[in-house]
Write a protein that binds this ligand. Structure first.
Ligand code: F0G
Length: 464
């Protein structure tokens, strides 16, 4: 059976050379990095799939817009251009640029949460989880049951579990829920989409109990593509119309623009209704001035704001989105043919390999997702990351290792960067590792770890 690769809707105008290392070199490099892929030098990586965040190739329209950036400290022209685009696309009254997604979280979470308060999400991304905890609150993940089963192919596996959401509000008391967060797409569950129906239902529950609904909107355009493809009611809608509708089911949004605006740096924090949330907007501006910079630049250069204002529109193009999701589907199809298990059907920005299925004999405390990530580097110089127990870390109250719902190794795909032959390298490497998986007997233990977001910095050693 031939597996089809969706052709690129662009041509290449600038390139960056990359080089392959030898297996011996890679063994030494990963050892020197304490088996933490974040500690590798990027020149020692052949295909870098650590993240799709800020790693894309921008369009020539974005690059050229950067030359007309207004670098004024206050009231810049580029800021107003971004505001105009942001309010046009998302329909929100107040748009605050910030330097990246976690800056929006850092500003917003303390304004909504505190000691004794809970955040309920279809799944918190790791920085979101960290900012909920840092604000004194506690994160609760609440994804639909099928989302937890990589083998079950069903649509919108990123959805919030509605029944459980009502129960949680009842159990904890509505006054103790500081925020409900819909992460679109659901990154930690495999870039899985959230349906419009689920967005609507969650928003109605938020309204009924007077709880703020926040959209963590990093991959809003990819999510809209899945809604158009898989939700009957929207099959004839344009992507921009789907996006506008999606955002109508939130009160605020935080966004890392490094994903679906395809910029190297940038983020947003936005409030839908300025008449209802005037005080919140004042507090956001004040925090932004403290942490990020004056509220008309939010820690960014004027040129970054320009690239964002172009990217907002550009990556909602359907040909682009079909090609983008098509890349994931190509890799997934090659894995299907070889029996490599991944979160299926494949999501928006990467392929999440089920490391638990590949290494059933390695327990969560030895981090199977990290085992596969290290093997991928050794095998082919591919850098990926663990999205599992190694990433999730320890319980903030008991300090015990949390067992993650998943043990994934994520191959996150940068936008407009890699070609079909790179995808074949990825598939071949995964298949080769699967063939020798039973020879890899043990995982890793932690030599040193920081108290929060440990996977970025921890030092590991193999268990002999
Ligand atoms: N929310 C989601 C859903 C994300 O995926 C990310 C980042 C953030 C928030 C934080 O944004 O990095 O701009 O500060 N995700 C990247 C990733 C890092 O690799 O998945 P940021």
């Amino acid at each position: 059976m031939s597996i089809k690769y969706t052709p690129e809707p662009f041509r290449i105008k600038m390139v960056e050379m990359i080089k392959m290392t030898t297996p011996q070199e890679r063994l030494q490099k990963i050892k020197d990095a304490n088996f933490n892929l974040f500690s590798l030098a990027s020149e020692d990586v052949y295909i870098d799939l650590l993240t799709d965040s800020g790693t894309g190739a921008m369009s020539h329209e974005q690059w050229s817009a950067m030359f007309v950036g207004d670098e004024a400290y206050a009231g810049g022209r580029s800021y107003r251009k971004l505001l105009k685009a942001g309010t046009d696309v998302f329909g929100y009254d107040y748009i605050q640029p910030v330097h990246q997604g976690r800056a929006a979280e850092k500003i917003l979470m303390p304004l909504l949460l505190g000691k004794g308060k809970f955040a309920i999400s279809n799944m918190h991304f790791d920085t979101t989880r960290a900012h909920v905890i840092l604000s004194g609150g506690r994160p609760i993940d609440n994804i639909v049951p099928e989302g937890k089963k990589p083998n079950i192919r069903s649509k919108f596996k990123g959805n919030m579990d509605i029944t459980r959401l009502e129960e949680l509000i009842e159990e904890k008391g509505a006054e103790n829920i500081g925020v409900i967060i819909q992460t679109i797409t659901n990154n930690s569950a495999g870039g899985q989409p959230v349906s419009m129906k689920n967005m609507r239902e969650v928003y109605e529950i938020g309204q009924k109990h007077n709880i703020t609904v926040c959209i963590d909107a990093a991959r809003f355009a990819e999510n809209a593509y899945f809604i158009k493809r898989d939700e009957e009611e929207f099959k004839n809608w344009s992507i921009p119309d789907i996006v506008k509708k999606t955002f109508s089911y939130g009160d605020v949004f935080t966004m890392s623009a490094k994903k679906d605006f395809n910029v190297n740096m940038g983020g947003m924090l936005a409030v839908k209704d300025k008449s209802v949330n005037a005080a919140l907007i004042q507090n956001i501006k004040a925090s932004c001035i403290n942490f990020e910079g004056f509220y008309t630049y939010g820690g960014l250069s004027g040129r970054d704001l320009e690239a964002m204002a172009v990217g907002i529109y550009q990556y909602m193009e359907e040909d682009y989105l079909a090609y983008r999701i098509g890349q994931m589907e190509y890799l997934a199809a090659r894995l299907d043919a070889a029996g490599v298990v991944y979160q299926s059907p494949v999501g928006g920005h990467g392929v999440y390999i089920d490391a638990k299925a590949m290494f059933p004999h390695i327990p969560y405390k030895e981090f199977p997702g990290q085992v596969l990530a290290v093997e991928l580097y050794k095998e082919a110089g591919i850098r990926s990351c663990d999205i599992g127990s190694y990433m999730i870390g320890n319980d903030p109250d008991t300090n015990e290792q949390i067992e993650s719902e998943f043990e994934f190794t994520r191959l996150a795909i940068p936008r407009q960067v890699y070609t079909q032959s790179h995808f074949d390298v990825m598939a071949d490497a995964l298949i080769a590792i699967k063939e020798r998986a039973s020879e890899i007997k043990r995982g890793y233990k932690i030599k040193w770890e920081p108290p929060i977001l440990r996977h970025f910095q921890a030092e590991l050693e193999p268990i002999e």
